[in-house]
Design a protein around this ligand. Sequence first.
Ligand SMILES: [Zn+2]
Length: 62
Amino acid sequence: MAEKACKNCNRIVEDATECPVCKNNDLSDSWSGLVVIYDPEDSQIAEKIGINTPGKYAIRVK
Ligand SMILES: [Zn+2]
């Protein structure tokens, strides 16, 4: 299974050609770190990387 990361919002995208969150199709194979956000409103990490939708996100996307 190919996991890529959205260059716009860092969302991990599995087997898709566009990001389900922001509809961006600029996905990267080159990412590192993985964080799962369950409750964006109660997560400092989510706030730090600008996430407001629950899901899996990369910490860094090149
Ligand atoms: Zn995105």
